[in-house]
Every structure is written in C-alpha cells, then in structure tokens.
Design a protein around this ligand. Structure first.
Ligand SMILES: [Ca+2]
Ligand SMILES: [Ca+2]
Ligand SMILES: [Ca+2]
Length: 310
C-alpha cells in the first residue's frame, strides 16, 4: 500500500495501514462496503483466503473477512464490484482460475447512507469513461461544503474485470450532497440538493467549463473558469466565491506533478483573476496537455481542467 502525498511522492504504508496480508493475488478493488464514506478494500488472493478489509480510521484497515462470511480460498483472478441487487449496498464478484466457480457475494448490510450516480456521456464516449466524479457533503450550516468522495469511471479496475459503471458512494453522516462530474470533453455537470439513499442520472452537457456561466453557488464556495480554454499563449483563470482574503493556486500536470504555484492575497476586486502564461515556477514553458488548476481558500477549494495547445 503506497500513499500518494499529491506531489508525486509515495510512502509505503503497508504496515501502518495493516494491509500486508501477503500471498499471491491478481485482483483488488476499493469500494465503500459499509457505506460510512470511506473506501474499504477487497483482495482476491489466489493461494490464500480472499480478504475484505474495512477502513476503520482514515486509512487504517482491519481484516473483516470472517465476519463478512468471505472465507473461500479459491484461485482468485480479478474481481469486480457493483450493486447487483440494487439495494444500495455494494456487492462483489470474484473471478477465479480454471475449474473453480466464480463467487458472488451479496452485501447484507442495510445502511441507507449511499448515493449512486449513473453518468450518460455524449457520443462517442457514451459510457463517460474517464469522467471524474466529486461528491461534496454539508459540514454544518455555516461551514460550507467538504469533498467527501472522488471516483473515476474506469474500464480497467481489476484483472480481466470491469466494475459496474454506476458509481457508488457511501455518504456517512452527510445529508445534503452536491455532485460535480468532470467529463473528458471538459464539460462539467454540477448538481445540488442531492440526498442520500437514491440513484441519480446525470447527462453530459454540450457546453464546456469555459462556457459555463457563474453557477448559483453560495459565496463560500469557489467556482473556477478559464478563458480561453483550450489556450495557446495565456489563459485568464477567474475565481468566484470563496469569500476569503487569501487564495492558494496550484497547477498540476496529468501525472499530478505541481508545475506552477501562486498565493493571491488582499484581494479587493471580484472576480479574482490569475493569468497563467503556460510556464512553470522556473519560467520554462510546459508542454501541450491537460492541466489541473487547484484553488484553495480558507474553508473550501475547487479544481478546473485546462488544456494547453502549443
Ligand atoms: Ca467504508
Ligand atoms: Ca470506515
Ligand atoms: Ca447490493
């Protein structure tokens, strides 16, 4: 288990996280099996019993296999997760090697704190593969919102297996939710007032984030836009909301490496703007590609995809 610190450095946390079960395995899947809001872990081991780890404290796991009734020790291959019986509890299919039946594990929890999100993309990417879904939850009437989950719609979660493309979140104690979908087309879909215990269906909009007008967010929330986007020489990044005196801006490349950073403070005019000239902190031009602009204020943050075309 390697923990990414967000700047491209990883720390081996196998021991600390208590996930060093060893053995040979070809498939593993993170999902929120108990709907409490954090990601748990299923490992389809080949030569030892399959493992279900519950995340009990921000990345500290406990072996819950026996309690969950997951005791089989067949030659595991990949594994896939999805809500097979549509009760909001995420289930598991474990694929196995020759002559061994697959196992289907139906989750017997009845915890109603979940949200399912089905995303329909525009042609040709109608499955919306590559879309990033962020889930925000309320943290009290005066505190604004908090990022409580992030998923990618992916076609390659595990060896020879594809998860259900309906994205599942556990929502824990949050009662009012906001869902933001970032599509590969750069379109953004932002949905408010969502409550736990249901499945919502979101359609990819035709407009891109650069065209999106100011969203009706409370002032404590940040919305970002960039014009032009895609850009060639420079793009003006506008920051709306946040209601803060100080903002930190960071720009990352597709590999998560920070290429540019800035502090914006004592701002009196709105919207706040920052002009990015396509250069890194050392003054060198960065290559064409997709970049992520991350802006953080006191209690909130927001991210925007921006494309540089040289
Ligand atoms: Ca969990
Ligand atoms: Ca937990
Ligand atoms: Ca289920």
């Amino acid at each position: 288990m390697w923990q990414n610190d967000g700047s491209g450095f990883f720390t081996n946390i196998t021991e600390i996280s208590n996930t060093g079960c060893g053995g040979y395995s070809r498939g593993a899947n993170f999902a929120d099996f108990d709907n409490d809001g954090d990601l748990d872990l299923f490992i389809n081991r080949a030569s030892a019993p399959k493992m279900l780890y519950l995340n009990i404290d921000e990345g500290i796991f406990v072996d819950y296999s026996q309690e969950a009734g997951i005791v089989e020790s067949a030659g595991g291959f990949g594994c896939a997760v999805g809500d097979l019986d549509a009760d909001g509890q995420i289930d598991i299919i474990a694929a196995n090697s020759d002559f061994v039946r697959k196992q289907v594990y139906i989750n017997q929890n009845a915890n109603p704190t979940f949200l399912k999100v089905k995303v329909n993309g525009l042609s040709p990417n109608t499955l919306a593969l590559g879309a990033i879904i962020e889930l925000y939850g309320d943290v009290g009437p005066t505190m604004g919102r908090e990022l409580i989950g992030k998923r990618e719609i992916s076609s390659h979660p595990s060896f020879y297996c594809v998860n259900d493309l309906v994205v599942h979140f556990g929502t824990g104690e949050h009662t009012e939710l906001q869902v933001v979908v970032y599509f590969q087309s750069l379109a953004v879909k932002d949905t408010f007032g969502v409550v736990p215990g249901e499945m919502i269906i979101l359609e990819e909009p035709f407009r891109t984030s650069a065209d999106e007008p100011g969203l009706p967010l409370p002032r404590k929330h940040i919305t970002l836009s960039a014009y032009p986007n895609p850009f060639n020489s420079s793009s003006i990044i506008s920051v709306n909301g946040g209601d803060s005196e100080k903002y930190s801006l960071a720009i990352y490349d597709m590999l998560g490496r920070q290429v540019r950073s800035a502090e914006i403070s004592n701002v009196s005019t709105r919207p706040i703007t920052y002009t990015w000239d396509g250069k890194n902190d050392n003054g060198y031009a960065v290559p064409s590609g997709v970049y992520f602009v991350h802006v953080r204020a006191e209690k909130t943050s927001s991210e925007l995809k921006i494309t540089l075309l040289r």
